[in-house]
Each structure stands twice: as C-alpha cells, then as structure tokens.
Design a protein around this ligand. Sequence first.
Ligand code: ACO
Length: 371
Amino acid sequence: MTATKGLEGIVATTSSISSIIDGVLTYRGINIDDLAENATFEEVVYLLWYGKLPNRSELSGLIQELNSNAAVPAEVLNQIKLYPKDVNTMAALRTAVSSLALYDPEAGDMTPESNLRKAIKLQAQLPTIVAAFDRIRKGLEPIAPKADAGSISENFLYMLTGKNPEKIAIEALDKALVLHADHELNASTFAARVTVATLSDIYSGVTSAIGALKGPLHGGANEAVMAMLEEIGTAANVKSYITEKLENKQKIMGFGHRVYKNGDPRAKHLQKMSQELGKLTGNMNWYDMSIQIEELVTGQKGLKPNVDFYSASVYTSLEIPRDLFTPIFAISRTSGWTAHILEQYENNRLIRPRAEYTGPSHQAYVPIEKR
Ligand code: ACO
C-alpha cells in the first residue's frame, strides 16, 4: 500500500454535478463561462439540486421557498449574541450552522424529501446567519430577511446594511456566487461527503464542510489575498514585496491550484468584475495592484490566479468587510455541498480509505513502571 500525498489525482467517487475536464469547468455539463454570463445564482442552485435549469415558474417557486425559509430560529440568534465579538467569522458560522440542527425537528429525518427541505433551509439561512453575526458583533440588532427579496444576493446585502442595495452590487455579488457554487471534489465538498457517507445528517455534513473551507489553502485564501493587498498598500510597493516573497519560497495567496495548471476559468470573470467595480467606485488601487501581482507571479513562477484572487478586490469594492469573504464563499458553496450530500445519500457507501503505515513495527509493550 503506497499513499498518494494529498490524494492528488485520485478519483474518489463518481458524480454528475460538476466536472473539470481539460481545464474546463461545467455545472451539470453547462460551461461556467455561459453560467457566469447568463445565469442567476438561484438558477444555478436549481441546476445543481435538480439537474436541469428551471423554467420561470420553477425559478420563482425556488426564490419564494428560499425567502420563506430565510429566518433563523430565535434560539440560534440568541446564541450568536453570546459569541465573543472578535471571534473568527468562519468559526462563528460553523458553530451557528451546527446549532441549526438542534432546532430543526426533522434534523434526523433521512428521507430524500426531508433532506431536500433541509438543503433549502440551509441555503436560505446561511446568509441570514452571516449578516446577523456581522451586525451583532458591531453592537447592532440583526435585520430580518425580506419576505419578497428577488434573490439571495439582494437579501444578504439588505440584511448587512439595512438599506436596499444598488442593482450593480446585487449583480456583482450574484455573479460571484454563481462562480463559487460548486467545484467537483474540492476539499470541503469531500469533507461533506465523507461525513454523510457514515449516514450522518445533512447539518453535520455542511458543518464539516465549513470547517474545511475555513483554511487558507482553500476558501480562507480570499481573505488572505485582501490582507496581502492591504499590507502592500500601493502599486509602487508590489514588485519588491512579491519578489521578496517568491525568493523566500513563500506562497502568494490566490495563486496556484491542485487541478488547474493552466489557469482557473473562474478568475477572468472576477478580474473583469474587479476592474468594472474599481472604475465605478473611482478606486482602481486594488485592481491595479492585483494586475501587477499577477504579472509578476505568472512571469516568475508560471502560476495563474485562482478564484480567490480577484474576488478579494470585488468584495472590497462592494464594501464588504474582509472577514466576511470566506463566509460568502460558504453561502455560495452550500448549494454545491448540499447537492453532493444528496447525491451521496442516493448511492451511498461508507468512505473509508487506508493509510500507508510508517511507524515502528514489532515494538514490545513496556510496563509503565519500566518506562
Ligand atoms: N505561491 C507561490 N508558490 C506556490 C503557490 C503560490 N500560491 N502555489 C504553489 N506554489 C508552488 C509550491 O511552493 C510548490 O513549489 P516547489 O515544487 O518548489 O516546492 C509548487 O508550486 C507546487 O505547490 P503545491 O503546494 O505542492 O501544490 P498543491 O497542488 O498541493 O496546492 C494550492 C495547491 C494549495 C492551491 C497551492 O497552490 C496554494 O497553497 N495556493 C495558495 C493558497 C490559495 O490560493 N488557495 C486557494 C485555492 S482555490 C480554492 O480553494 C477555492
């Protein structure tokens, strides 16, 4: 038995949800470029869950269901009020999502209908939790979700600020959600599938996934990118900062990918959005710095930006706090996680790989008084 470090190249399951073939990403066979240009996030959620694009009435039915499930139990909001104000946002989200299960009477119901209902609840409630936590930590009252929101993006931005968001902000966030919705067997989706393959419940699966997404090698990279941009400060400092990092063999966050070696197809959409929003807000600093960083990292290391790189400047232009970037990733990826969980339940087998043992062999047991 020989281990493959990081399971690189190992095909661990079959799935009909999303594919990455020859560097092309599809959701249910539809190219991500087409979806990014044309689809709303709710269309994508429907596509991931039901395997087809919705017609108008199916889409408005889903939006209605998301709106009517968006309120979070008062007990969970009260618990969030007890969290330390400076706690990590992903840790807060992980804890709150786990506690949703405590107040859902059908949490342990394993029927497919119940699991689909819970997928809808999770997709609807995550944005409410993230917005509520942000307000509570600032000493503000959480804002209840709109009952007639046109989209998750609209409702989320409304719950964050209490103001009706501008159309351009809703559209930009919506596109970011489309681009982050699913990504084959990424680390957090795999974590979700491993958890539910024991026939544990969907809340446990999504809680595991949030824990996995939190790390800086996965979803946490978007926050780390913004921290780097802020540290560099201006375009004039980019060259020396990046060159020094690369010389010291340090990683530049937002670059490289386990699967894409010739570039992440999602990055160009976020780059375009970053540029447009920069022009609109009159602050091109983050975009200009990002372009310079890309030139240097690609030129010197051959590494291309991944989905996290330009999403940092996009969210900053939307005035979203840096430590909400990864929770927003989680809001979007909940669609993919739950689609994969439902698929896992449909054709389940316990996921239990082996380890190549590298410890000592044939050790004698030494009684405690002789150690
Ligand atoms: N900056 C500088 N060098 C890098 C980077 C980077 N961002 N990424 C990879 N490298 C280098 C490594 O140092 C290594 O060099 P070496 O062979 O000289 O030791 C080589 O490229 C291979 O890198 P690995 O880390 O082995 O590649 P792996 O496939 O394991 O990792 C990963 C992929 C984790 C995404 C990596 O590229 C990375 O750490 N990137 C930065 C974090 C990041 O942006 N994560 C988000 C990924 S997308 C997502 O999850 C949504």
